[in-house]
Design a protein around this ligand. Sequence first.
Ligand SMILES: Nc1ncnc2c1ncn2[C@@H]1O[C@H](COP(=O)(O)OP(=O)(O)OP(=O)(O)O)[C@@H](O)[C@H]1O
Length: 283
Amino acid sequence: MNHAVTMSNVHKVIDNFQLESIHLEIEKGTIAALIGKNGAGKSTLLNMIMNLFKTDGGDIQILGQSVLGEDESWKKNVAYLPQKLPLIVPFTGHEMKELTARWYPMWDESLFQKIILLFGIDLSANFKKLSPGTQQQLNLALVIARNAPVLILDEPTAHLDIPSKQVLNDLLIEWMDNGERTIILATHQVEDIQKLADYLVVLKDGHIAGQFEKEELIETYKRYWFSEPLEIPTLPGEVERKESSLVTNRPTEAEDFLRNENVRCSNTQTLELDEIVTMLLVK
Ligand SMILES: Nc1ncnc2c1ncn2[C@@H]1O[C@H](COP(=O)(O)OP(=O)(O)OP(=O)(O)O)[C@@H](O)[C@H]1O
């Protein structure tokens, strides 16, 4: 069993929104970035993995165990940080830590203290008086220190300042090195994807539009520049055409095509990840 999370034919209707027949396999030992435009269904999908939203059908497994049955022992294998926490917390950081640590047998106190120190969090302050960024830092410390083999984070860097984002990315990379662990993170931040993700899972209007290995994806997209205005038919894999440039995601076929058409390009370039992500989400 090589999968940390699988979803088979999962579907769900919530008011006017529909998650359509989701098939997803997240390999153990990898980091998957779940990306999609606002309202694409990322948080809904993560809530369904955690069985917080009931499915209308299909199956979801974490480390081979269905999350939909009576047996809830799968919960020890996953730590989840939702985008929005539903509670107004009347506790200090110290109290929150005591309450959380008690529930989780794999709690790693030294990791927790290390994260608190790295972020510089005052644990004696009341949670509700902390800034949104500091609240997010504390929530991250509470969730990462649970040390579950599967970590699910919904927009973990949304409120963090630039140095804290770096701290978190370094922490997560180090955390991954320490055993067979898996992270799924929903994010809008290209830096998170760039630094962390092995795979990108693209969600569009409630369906999975594709799952891509990041390095392969970067190799796949190419832009060709031409010194003369273009008058050629659509290229294989063409995803963008401007006056003197073309982008394709099937470069080998596109280059054969250009040769056959006797068209020479003046320059070729790979694309930045943010451009590729934009094309994946809007085209
Ligand atoms: N509890 C709910 N009741 C009704 N509709 C809901 C509920 N939760 C989510 N939705 C709807 O599901 C759709 C997907 O929302 P979701 O929050 O999953 O998107 P998202 O991709 O996480 O968006 P964002 O990037 O803005 O966080 C939206 O149309 C939203 O209105």
